[in-house]
Structure formats: structure tokens, C-alpha cells
Write a protein that binds this ligand. Structure first.
Ligand code: SF4
Ligand code: FES
Length: 267
């Protein structure tokens, strides 16, 4: 019956069991795993498998996705124990008969495989991820050489999937930790030659829950689907803060950055 549903879309090569973590905070039930048999064709991703489950086996399974091509960063989840984009993970390449799918860690759960990413976006916003200039109206375009862009180029590839926060052990123990994504983005803007907002970001980056909190496990960079290496960004940011340029910048008084509050009331 399942194979008939896929008729015309290619040969079914094997059947894989999806073990999906189910949890609905509104139901006051403990999380549980449910298993589904998914017929797999060449080219099917884990997201395709989940959509097959939704369409043919259990409409109530919830997952988040949008682009289905590794761009929007919506479909991050833990697949067989590792953070991965579901739309970029080929089922046949996993080479397993059982695929365990969990929502990302270190986030509250909205439902099943859908995490609440508010913390990620709030932290990202707190480092002011945009070019800050002192003049009100630019008089001409902001010039930049290829070498100047190379300083931060890798960090522009971040798609805000949030998987680095899921894998980060420091984030697991510090609710207010800024996290690898935001710290790397802080570095990205500070090193942009067009930006003048170092002092405006200092209050957040150089704080108790900022750059010095990282234990450098490197887990963030291991799971990043875009090769961003946020752990490197954190280390470069530390180096920058500790360097002579920090002393120079410190001569200007740091303006107060945005307040950061915990969702759980931890301070
Ligand atoms: S740094 Fe990588 S893992 Fe972290 S949010 Fe950006 S793209 Fe995702
Ligand atoms: S659905 Fe957009 S990255 Fe997977």
C-alpha cells in the first residue's frame, strides 16, 4: 500500500524505520518515540521521509521546513544522534535500517520536531548584526577591497539554522550564553571595515555570558551545515578583544548594549 502511494516516482529500494520523537507540551504527556515504515527511493532525504509519514501514515507529526534546498535553515534536527539539515540528509547515504529523529537540543519544544528558536534570534539581534555608521546619512558608497571582505567572508554564510546552539555544551548549562552563532556574527560585523559599531556591541560580547564563556569544545563547528566554523569566530573575537586594538577601542567609552533576559528567569 505504501509502495503504491509512491508509484510513478521511482523504484522503492528499501524500507526504513523512522523512530520519531513525539512531544506536545499542551497535552501534558511525557515525550515518546513512535515508529513508521517509510519506503525509500533514490534521492529521498530525511525531510522527504518525514513528509511521507505526514502524508500517508500520521498527519499529526510536526516538523518545520521551507526551502527544501539547504538555504533557509528551517529543518535542523538531530538525525541518528547528530544535528543535520533534514532536507540535505540523504536516507540511503545514512546506510541504516533505523533512523532516529529528534528535535534540536537546548531549545524549548513547540511540538515534536519543531523547536522554539526565539533564543537564537534574540541573541543574534543583541549583537546588532548590521553595519553601524557614525554619520547619519552616507555621502557615498562604502568601499571595500576583496582582502577586506575576506576577513569575515566565511561568517556571512550563516543561515541561522541554530544547530550550533543545539550541539553546544556551554549553551546547555548557561541559559544566557550568547552562543556560537551570535558571537561569530559579532566578529563578522566588527571586522567589517565599513562598520563603526565595536563599542555598541562590546557590552554584550564582552560580558559574563559572552565570548569568555566558551569552553571551546568545537561541537558547533562540527555540525555547521555551511562550513562557517563559529568556534573559530569565537576564538578570533577573543583575540581581538584581548589585543592592542581592544585597548585602542576601549579609549572610547562603550555605550550600553541591549538588555538580555532569560526566558526562564535565570539571571
Ligand atoms: S553558524 Fe552554522 S550551525 Fe550555527 S546557525 Fe549559522 S549556519 Fe547554523
Ligand atoms: S528546508 Fe530550508 S534548509 Fe532545509
Amino acid at each position: 500500500m505504501q509502495e503504491l502511494a509512491l508509484k510513478g516516482f521511482g523504484e522503492v529500494l528499501k524500507t526504513v524505520t523512522f523512530r520519531v520523537r513525539r512531544y506536545d507540551p499542551e497535552k501534558r504527556e511525557l515525550p515518546k518515540y513512535m515508529e513508521y515504515k517509510v519506503p525509500v527511493q533514490m534521492g529521498m532525504t530525511v525531510l522527504d521521509g518525514i513528509l511521507y509519514i505526514k502524508e500517508h501514515l500520521d498527519h499529526s507529526v510536526s516538523a518545520r521546513y521551507s526551502c527544501r534546498m539547504g538555504i533557509c535553515g528551517s529543518c535542523g534536527m538531530i538525525i541518528n544522534g547528530k544535528e543535520q539539515l533534514a532536507c540535505q540528509t540523504q536516507i540511503l547515504e545514512l546506510n541504516k535500517d533505523l533512523i532516529k529523529v529528534d528535535p534540536m537540543g537546548n531549545y524549548p519544544i513547540v511540538k515534536d520536531l519543531v523547536p522554539d528558536l526565539s533564543k537564537l534570534f534574540r541573541n543574534h539581534e543583541s549583537v546588532k548584526p548590521y553595519i553601524i555608521r557614525e554619520e547619519e546619512e552616507p555621502k557615498s558608497e562604502f568601499l571595500q577591497t576583496p582582502e577586506q571582505r575576506e576577513e569575515y567572508a566565511m561568517f556571512t554564510d550563516c543561515i541561522l539554522c541554530g544547530m550550533c546552539l543545539s550541539a553546544c555544551p556551554t549553551n546547555a548549562t548557561d541559559e544566557l550564553y550568547l552562543g556560537p552563532q551570535s558571537l561569530a556574527q559579532g566578529y563578522r560585523y566588527i571586522t567589517d571595515n565599513r562598520d563603526m559599531g565595536f563599542n555598541e556591541r562590546l557590552n554584550v560580547l564582552d560580558s559574563k555570558h559572552g565570548v569568555w564563556r566558551c569552553h571551546f569544545s568545537g561541537a558547533c563547528s562540527e555540525v555547521c551545515p555551511k562550513g562557517v566554523d563559529p568556534a573559530l569566530g569565537v576564538q578570533l573575537l577573543r583575540q581581538l578583544l584581548a589585543s592592542n586594538s581592544f585597548v585602542k577601542y576601549k579609549q572610547k567609552e562603550a555605550t550600553k548594549g541591549p538588555e538580555r533576559k532569560s526566558v526562564s528567569g535565570v539571571s
